[in-house]
Design a protein around this ligand. Structure first.
Ligand SMILES: *Cc1c(COP(=O)(O)O)cnc(C)c1O
Length: 371
């Protein structure tokens, strides 16, 4: 019940337990190509989707350094822990991080972004470090806020900037229309909404992003340079469209997980998150726990709930984990002790898990003599 990584269902576990395939050859390529096609559909793109071995952060790191020249700028509107992380990633490549810090728990407002960009673009230009891209987090898992990506993307387009999106905790859980919304790089992972094991970063890339990669003169290593990846797509595409060995078992698991989603129907799959979120939120409200973000911007993928003022939330999380086998997450950084987070990804969406959670929570309160 944590906000990722999450458990997988039996079909995915069986898939990852099968004999290991080499990362080339006809049997492998058929599975690899089908996986890529399904990921394209889920992203809403006809362009390239890469599976880059590593955590989501690896692809974000590589994308930033590949698109934006050293010494130039990326604008980051941040409203949580992963927004701040974006800033660290950008600066680690010698790129300047511009940005605005929004209060945690509130969404990034498109109007605010527009005003901030209007001011920042000429200032950065005058300082000799022009803004080339906006980087933002779709679902800010630290607060449970789902930023309004479609409207934010429209603002970014109106300034003719590229858009790099951390969709690690939203991809597969809420709709993303990569091509229609004009996103340039979008990174998801298997181990959150798709409920498969961690191991590859699922990375959609627009033609505009590829053009920026071509035009970027800065050195940025080899493995995470997107130009390296494209060289293999273009030159070894029919048998080995990636530069290195692939974690084939992980990709077999992604294949199974994504096929399951399409077999159920993508809309029906998205609905399972909304249903689980509603059940947890209603049940928790009866036990005195209110939602931390505004309901209209709360991602259906997790529920971030306010701690009650009458006891330390850490004690409840320890009880649920140690006595009841239910692992939840606390708050990060300033939100530690103030909120707790319940994930709705993977098998924990099942009604019997949700009722087990709610009755265990009730038992804790009763046992403590609390209302
Ligand atoms: C989990 C998470 C990450 C971290 O992803 P890694 O795969 O560990 O790099 C980044 N961003 C968000 C929004 C997340 O929820």
């Amino acid at each position: 019940l944590i906000p990722g990584p999450v458990e997988a269902d039996e079909t995915v576990l069986e898939a990852i337990g099968e004999q290991i395939l080499p990362h080339y050859g006809p049997q492998w390529m058929a599975l690899f190509n089908e996986t890529t096609d399904l990921l394209r559909k889920l992203y809403g793109t006809t362009g390239d989707v890469l599976m880059i071995p590593g955590p989501g952060s690896a692809a974000i790191d590589g994308a930033v350094a590949s698109l934006v020249p050293r010494g130039e700028s990326v604008f980051i509107p941040s409203n949580g822990f992963f927004g701040q992380r974006f800033r660290q990633i950008v600066e680690a490549s010698g790129i300047h991080a511009e940005g605005i810090d929004m209060p945690w728990g509130k969404h990034i407002d498109p109007e605010d972004l527009c005003v901030a960009l209007k001011e920042a673009i000429p200032r950065a230009e005058a300082a000799g470090r022009p803004i080339r891209a906006v980087a933002l987090v779709h679902h800010e898992t630290s607060t449970g806020v789902l930023n309004p990506l479609e409207s934010l993307a429209a603002v970014v387009k109106s300034f003719d900037l590229a858009l790099i999106v951390d969709a690690v905790a939203s991809f597969g859980g809420v709709p993303i229309a990569f091509d229609d919304w004009g996103i340039d790089v979008c990174v998801g992972v298997p181990n959150k909404c798709l409920a498969a094991p961690p191991g590859v970063a699922l990375t959609a890339i627009s033609p505009r992003a590829w053009a920026m990669v071509d035009a970027n003169p800065s050195k940025r290593g080899w493995y995470l340079d997107l130009a390296t990846w494209r060289w293999y797509i273009e030159n070894w595409g029919d048998w080995h469209p990636y530069p290195t060995t692939m974690p084939t078992s992980n990709i077999v698991a992604v294949h199974r997980a994504v096929k399951n989603i399409f077999e159920m129907g993508v809309e029906a799959f998205y609905q399972t998150f909304r249903k689980a979120a509603a059940a947890v939120r209603t049940g928790m409200a009866e036990l005195g726990f209110t939602l931390y973000p505004e309901l209209s911007y709360a991602a259906p993928v997790i529920s971030a709930l306010n701690a009650r003022p009458d006891f330390a939330i850490g004690e409840m999380l320890a009880y649920l984990r140690d006595e009841r086998g239910l692992m939840l997450s606390g708050g990060l950084v300033d939100l530690r002790g103030k909120i707790f987070r319940v994930g709705h990804m993977g098998p924990v969406k099942a009604p019997e898990v949700i009722s087990a959670l709610l009755s265990a929570t009730r038992d804790f309160l009763t046992q403590k003599g609390l209302d």
